[in-house]
Design a protein around this ligand. Structure first.
Ligand code: G4P
Length: 525
């Protein structure tokens, strides 16, 4: 590719993730997007993965489940001249630090909210991580075909709970059984729900934003209520600001129903219009690396655990930051300084793996890895040495005390522990008093994968005792007095040797804050 071809290819990339609480409709909307992208022909292709029974304790089941979720880790399609990359962020049982790290590899996020439930716990957590990155966030209020909450309420909740301005791009007319359509403020038209013919899908509005009087909808009370709401939004609502959207300070809000494919296309068209192309990424010394820079560079944000014990290979996911990726190219792995040939690369489609030959900044490639890579690694092809900023550390919420079952096998226990922690599979803490191993995770599956891999890859059976869900808060080492530790807060150090307390609950944390008002406690992301 010459310079211009590279610039054109990069400008087409739109890489994003969908964040939501389980059951809000992420899978359903993803599927609709893939249908629009022509990647799948029938609904149900992606969702099929949920139908199989999934026993948590059964690794084979996890493997099967994840085997498919691997193939859908990145979904790529062309739409309106753009190359769209959707990165999967597992919700349900698969929720883990990988989910957070995936958000480090996207340029925008789509937040799907169940309009009957509003903002739920997992959405809030994922939102926080996205917000911190300052990237655009698009909101889809889903399940409009069911009775939901008042739209004004939902917008107010965005501002109150998430601290982001909402700008309604469209507005429901009726809801649930009485849903008639969407008032589209951007395209100045009504999008009719369940039109009889394609020609009836949209009804244009006049200059005053009203339907002609002979349209039967105008007789409906919900139409008049919508006009009132629109007037209120125009007068007292937020003003549309592309700048704010780009910074993640305002979110365009779309209403719709993924299941009945209502409002999804309108959403996608706006998304394609406003979502940003890949931008520069900073190195540790603050230098931005432009996506159109000729030399290839990228970072590893996720490593998919080895699923087949017979082959120790894993898949390392690389977000390309600059330049062009060519199959078989040599790159330098910054951490070790070693040269590695990238010959076995795989790109992931909805339900098939296709070998990728070239990809550019913004794209994600999966590399077969025999143990070379770690999460956060920088790779590059140019002569100039570079290293991207490290991925953030996340605050785990679940904790386990872990010991080797067989005391004679301490060596393999320590080796496995060290490697899996380095890889980012789990976080490791040591207690101050007794130097016990405590593992931390954001999702239960991380522990299960850890246990399985310790046994199968390192031949080390482990005993894991839950110490439950805890609130982790770091403390400035200068302020620490070991006497501050009590039965309600476990004092531990992280892998960097930094001290933190694991509080039993919020009450214990508040009690601590009251007792030591001058001590500053803080969370990671
Ligand atoms: P998730 O990936 O965010 O977890 O959600 P998913 O798409 O799997 O949707 C969760 C449930 O909500 C599914 O029903 C799905 O059919 C339903 N759903 C998604 N979008 C809409 C919508 O716009 N309207 C309505 N009424 N329902 C919607 P389920 O019964 O749990 O799954 P299934 O048994 O139908 O597969």
């Amino acid at each position: 590719m010459n310079k211009q071809e590279l610039a054109d290819a990069v400008a087409k990339r739109r890489t994003f993730a969908i964040i939501s609480h389980p059951d809000a409709g992420k899978t359903t909307i993803t599927e609709q997007l893939l249908l629009f992208g022509g990647v799948i022909r029938e609904a149900g292709t992606v969702k099929g993965r949920k139908s199989g029974h999934y026993a948590k304790s059964d690794w084979m089941a996890i493997e099967k489940q994840r085997g498919i979720s691997v193939t859908s880790s990145v979904m790529q399609f062309n739409y309106q001249g753009k190359r769209i990359n959707i990165l999967d962020t597992p919700g349900h049982e698969d929720f883990s630090e990988d989910t957070y790290r995936t958000l480090m590899a996207v340029d925008a996020a789509v937040m799907v909210i169940d309009s009957a439930k509003g903002i739920e716990a997992q959405t809030k957590k994922l939102f926080k991580v996205v917000k911190q990155r300052g990237i655009p966030i698009f909101t889809f209020m889903n399940k409009l075909d069911r009775d939901g909450r008042e739209p004004l309420d939902l917008i107010a909740e965005l501002e109150d709970l998430l601290g982001i301005e909402g700008y309604a791009m469209n507005w429901p007319i009726g809801s649930g059984k009485t849903l008639l359509g969407l008032y589209d403020r951007v395209n100045n038209r009504i999008e009719n729900y369940r039109p009889e013919t394609e020609a009836d899908r949209f009804s244009p509005l006049d200059d005053e934003g009203k339907l002609p009087a002979d349209n039967p909808i105008t007789k409906d009370a919900s139409y008049r209520a919508t006009l009132d709401d629109i007037e209120l939004l125009d007068d007292a609502g937020n003003t549309f600001s592309e700048d704010k959207i780009m910074r993640g300070d305002q979110t365009p809000v779309f209403f719709g129903s993924a299941l009945t494919n209502f409002g999804v296309e309108t959403f996608l068209n706006s998304f394609v219009k406003y979502a940003p192309a890949p931008s520069a990424k900073k190195t540790v010394d603050g230098t931005p690396v432009e996506p159109t820079a000729p030399d290839f560079s990228g970072f590893i944000f996720k490593i998919q655990a080895n699923m087949n014990p017979a082959h120790r290979d894993r898949i390392a996911f690389v977000r390309i930051v600059s330049g062009e990726f060519d199959r078989g190219m040599d790159v330098t792995l910054k951490r070790t300084g070693k040269t590695i040939r990238l010959s076995n690369s795989t790109e992931f489609m909805a339900d098939s793996r296709e070998t990728v030959n070239t990809a550019v900044a913004g794209d994600i490639v999966g590399l077969y890895d025999t143990g070379n890579f770690q999460i956060g690694d920088t790779i590059y092809s140019g002569k100039q040495d570079l290293e991207f900023e490290p991925l953030p550390q996340f605050t785990p919420e679940l904790f386990m005390r872990v010991t080797a079952k067989n005391v004679m096998k301490q060596k393999s226990f320590h080796k496995g522990m060290q490697q899996l922690v380095q890889e980012g599979a789990v976080q490791l803490y040591r207690t101050y008093s007794t130097n016990d191993y405590i593992l931390g995770a954001v999702g239960q599956l991380q522990f299960e994968v850890f246990k399985f891999r310790m046994e199968n890859e390192y031949n080390s059976e482990v005993e894991m005792t839950p110490i439950g869900s805890r609130t982790a808060r770091w403390i400035d080492p200068d302020q620490l007095d070991e006497k501050m530790s009590s039965s309600r807060n476990l004092l531990v150090k992280d892998v960097h040797g930094d001290p933190l307390f694991l509080f039993e609950n919020q009450f214990a944390e508040r009690w601590f804050a009251d007792k030591y008002p001058d001590v500053k406690l803080h969370a990671k992301l």
